[in-house]
Design a protein around this ligand. Structure first.
Ligand code: TXA
Ligand code: MG
Length: 332
């Protein structure tokens, strides 16, 4: 067991966080999407410790986080015209781009043996400060135990990682709440491997060509992470996507009859009488912001989460991508 230090954003603590990273340790840190679990991306031993702390399969590659655009050229072998446009217009931000990697610089364990590397430059001031103090590119998956909901607060990181990592930089709750859009730019056709708050239409408007969104996880994909059990709360969970209130109430009542303690995780809590409800948020952005924190809240208090979400559109699709996996595809 390690003693996990809780650090704040003072100069002294940021210096300490940077030193831990350069000495091969692990530091969790906030970004505007979710909290990341950082290690020096150029240190294979430190990166192996990230996989161990999370219980993450070694064939699922990590995103390398950079502070400035120059750092991208240190780890990527080539930057296409499409990539240049995305870098100019959307970075820093909530998008990750997959580029051909510099094989002699980025260790194989970071990229799970792929010839490509995923690169992200986060936007949040806190993430940028941390990366600046690290002075090296930082490999970081979401800072949750593998298969659990991603952490959007330092307390959620602490639940999963206390005793397993050197430090947590305790910053604000994450604004976006779901992970970055992963955009593969290694071929002529840009492809979204994981949807997020940065949408296909935004990217199309910037690079001037159509972007393929990979939606079916059974299709052959180049992003190994989309294959695994993901985002699951510790309690049972089912999901409804058509907003049929009578069906949801009926499902809830049957759970109560069976002696279970259910909760309705819904957008409009006023519609369910005196049944236990937890607000999911009204707009799609609010739902994205709340989702993972809501799952972690409810799993501690209830036996089963009965979720309902009826959002439509590109941001909604990225929420549906997460919430469907959280429910283990159990649709009612
Ligand atoms: O918002 C985010 O992206 C957060 C913060 C911390 O930056 N990070 C994050 O990392 O969500 P993680 O490891 O939980 O998810 C990374 C995703 C996985 O689906 C992984 O398979 C994919 O990115 N990925 C990483 N490197 C890749 C590569 N070279 N080619 C294709 N997909 C890659
Ligand atoms: Mg993750």
């Amino acid at each position: 067991m390690l003693e996990t230090k809780l650090l704040s954003f003072t100069q002294q603590h940021l210096t300490e966080a940077g030193t831990i990273i350069r000495q091969g340790g692990l530091v969790a840190f906030p970004t505007e999407t979710v909290y990341g679990l950082g290690a020096n991306a150029l240190d294979a031993n430190a990166v192996s410790d990230v996989f161990r702390a999370k219980g993450r399969p070694s064939d699922n590659p990590l995103i390398v986080h950079v502070y400035c655009k120059e750092q991208i050229y240190e780890i990527a072998n080539s930057v296409s015209d499409d990539a240049l446009k995305v870098i100019d217009h959307l970075m820093p931000g909530s998008v990750t781009i997959v580029l051909p990697k510099k094989a002699d610089v980025v260790p194989d364990c970071v990229t799970a043996g792929l010839a490509t590397v995923a690169v992200r430059m986060p936007l949040s001031q806190e993430a940028r400060q941390f990366l600046q103090y690290c002075k090296v590119p930082v490999a970081a998956p979401s800072a949750n135990t593998s298969t659990r909901p991603s952490p959007t607060t330092w307390q959620a990181v602490n639940e999963d990682m206390s005793g397993k990592i050197d430090a947590i930089l305790c910053g604000k709750a994450c604004d976006v709440g779901i992970e970055s859009t992963v955009l593969d730019l290694t071929s002529d056709t840009p492809r979204i491997l994981r949807p997020g708050i940065v949408t296909a239409s935004q990217i199309e408007a910037i690079i001037g060509k159509s972007v393929v969104v990979i939606t079916n996880p059974k299709e052959k994909v180049n992003s190994p992470g989309v294959r695994y059990k993901h985002y699951a709360p510790k309690c049972d969970m089912v999901l409804n996507l058509d907003g049929d209130i009578a069906k949801l109430c009926n499902y809830y009542d049957q759970c109560v009859e069976k002696g279970q303690k259910p909760v309705l995780l819904v957008q409009d809590v006023a519609k369910y009488g005196n049944r236990q409800c937890y607000p999911l948020g009204e707009t799609d952005e609010q739902v994205a912001h709340n989702l993972f924190a809501a799952l972690r809240h409810c799993e501690k208090r209830y036996d089963i989460i009965i979720a309902s979400y009826t959002g439509k559109g590109e941001v909604a699709d990225s929420v549906i991508n997460r919430i469907t996996k959280s429910a283990g595809q159990k649709i009612i």
